[in-house]
Design a binder for this molecule. Structure first.
Ligand code: NAD
Ligand code: G6P
Ligand code: MN
Length: 468
């Protein structure tokens, strides 16, 4: 039986512990020989790596586990590279989010000006990383989560046009559909979805019951519209104080559905369609960065440190025997009871994709892929996030058909911005850089664009490539 070698790039990511836990759970359907973490920040990665050491030693001792900052050790003989790097780290996320607020604009990780600044760093570092992986493992699948994934995907299309084993993905649509399906008594494993858009800017247009073939999206939307007040009350009650970013986002998401009740939007559409509401979510001195540092990052790292200092999990408060035992014999066949997604959806979605690849299951999943007629009234070059068939050798998108004028207008504007940004980076063009920033709907003013570019250049320091 084939056993796989996996590298997780961005080993020190807050998502790595959960991802490793899922690998431990899925030892039967996705048998592993070697797991290696790779990061450029040795100190940060060590915390997560020491947790991994305990985890694998206790629950998956056959696996050769290590963590490293050495490229050859990390990438040699790899079958899968799972990539979740944050170019510039959280320190640069802070700048990405704070600088736009200075100009009365939304400061966000992937949308608006902050997303463009992050895009510049990410494109540069992702190209290097992919070249490094390819030097040692020509055939490995490279599955990337690193943001801003839309911009990274556009760059990959241009720089690695013939490499069919680079896949950019996002967990947001999976999270969205997973939250709304229970309203009609369904689970994610019971449906196939049609979806289109740019990453963090898209819509579900069909939700097909795998058994009957019936499209149940109208039922979901109708439920939201007819129970709107009730759902808003429930969503409000779930907001745990002002810092509960995702609670607030899903509270506002209900309004977006009610206002445009013919498709199910991505949560990130809120930034473009309700900029005032989104802007008011934060202030210049308090953005999502502050919440992540005090919340997810602090919690994950404290958990890893505690486990590492104990040197064991079994028999302690961190024991996951009960959590993983239903899965140690799990074959990977999804059915209505499949709940490994109660682990973070982030890891679950990635592993579902991997299972479809290694077993050539040809399951439907959303990935970023070149339009080429998926949506025939959009630019054929667009990197759409779209429903595709996932097989061992290739990923084939399903045709979606034409989309409405409203969505087409929004997407064409954003695509022009993202395309210009990638061209600016690859051609070192400051003219295109200014065009990209000015084109962006959340900036929309050349004078503001110029001022922001100046600020970002300064804040990014050595991360900023040359533009002339
Ligand atoms: P994080 O800052 O906690 O961790 C990122 C890690 O990457 C850090 O340890 C950092 O040292 C490392 N890193 C930075 N540059 C690197 C490079 N060039 N090579 C190797 N390692 C590098 O970030 P996080 O919050 O855990 O998120 C990680 C990434 O995943 C981010 O890009 C985030 O936006 C992305 N993400 C994407 C999705 C999605 O839906 N696509 C979902 C979740 C997270
Ligand atoms: C969602 C998005 C990701 C994003 C993540 C965390 O899953 O799809 O792209 O990175 O949320 O966002 P946060 O703002 O909580 O760090
Ligand atoms: Mn995403």
């Amino acid at each position: 039986m084939k056993k796989y070698n996996v590298v997780i790039c961005g080993g020190g990511s807050t998502y790595t512990p959960d991802m490793m836990e899922l690998l431990v759970m899925l030892q039967k359907p996705f048998p592993l020989n070697k797991v290696v973490l790779y990061d450029i920040d040795a100190e940060r990665q060590e915390v997560v790596g020491e947790f991994g050491r305990v985890l694998f030693k206790e629950y998956y001792p056959d696996v050769e586990f290590s963590y490293t900052t050495d490229k050859e050790n990390a990438f040699d003989g790899i079958d899968f590279a799972f990539v979740q790097i944050r170019a510039g780290g959280l320190e640069q996320r802070k700048n990405d989010e704070q600088i736009p607020y200075k100009y009365g604009r939304i400061g966000q990780e992937t949308c608006g000006a902050g997303g463009l600044s992050y895009g510049i760093r990410s494109v540069v570092q992702m190209i290097d990383l992919i070249n490094d992986i390819r030097e040692y493992s020509k055939e490995a699948w490279i599955i990337n989560y690193s943001n801003p994934a839309a911009i990274v995907a556009e760059a990959c299309k241009i720089v690695f046009p013939d490499d069919k084993k680079i896949v950019n993905i996002c967990d947001m649509p999976t999270d969205v559909i997973g939250r709304y399906l229970p309203l009609v008594g369904k689970k994610r494993s019971e449906v196939d979805c049609m979806y289109f858009g740019l990453n963090h800017y898209g819509w579900f247009t069909k939700v097909l019951d795998k058994k009957t073939g019936k499209d149940i999206l109208p039922d979901i939307l109708n439920y939201v519209v007819t129970h709107y007040e009730e759902l808003r009350e429930e969503a409000k009650a779930r907001i745990r104080g002002e810092d509960d970013h995702w609670g607030i986002v899903f509270y506002n998401h209900l309004t977006m559905i009610k206002d445009f009740p013919y498709s199910l939007p991505n949560t990130y559409n809120l930034y473009y369609m309700y900029p005032k509401l989104s802007y008011e979510h934060y202030t210049a001195n308090h953005t999502r960065y502050d919440e992540v540092v005090a919340g997810r990052e602090a919690n994950v790292f404290s958990f890893c440190r505690k486990v590492a200092s104990l040197g064991k999990m079994i028999g302690t408060e961190f024991d996951i025997t009960d959590k993983i035992s239903p899965y140690t014999e799990f074959s990977g066949e999804m059915n209505s009871e499949t709940v490994y997604a109660d682990n973070d959806v982030h890891a679950a979605y990635l592993v579902e994709l991997v299972l479809s690849i290694i077993n050539n299951k040809k399951e439907m999943a959303l990935v970023m892929i070149k339009n080429d007629g998926i949506v025939d009234n959009l630019d054929p070059g667009m990197m759409l996030e779209a429903t595709s068939i996932i097989g061992k050798e290739d990923i084939i998108p399903l045709k979606h058909g034409p989309i409405g004028q409203f969505e087409k207008g929004l997407l064409e504007n954003q695509y022009a911005c993202e395309k210009l940004l990638v061209e600016a980076i690859l051609e070192h063009s400051d003219q295109k850089l200014l065009q990209a920033f000015t084109e962006n709907r959340l900036i929309g003013d050349a004078d503001v664009a110029k001022a922001m570019i100046k600020d970002f250049k300064e804040a990014n320091g050595d991360y900023w490539p040359e533009f002339k």
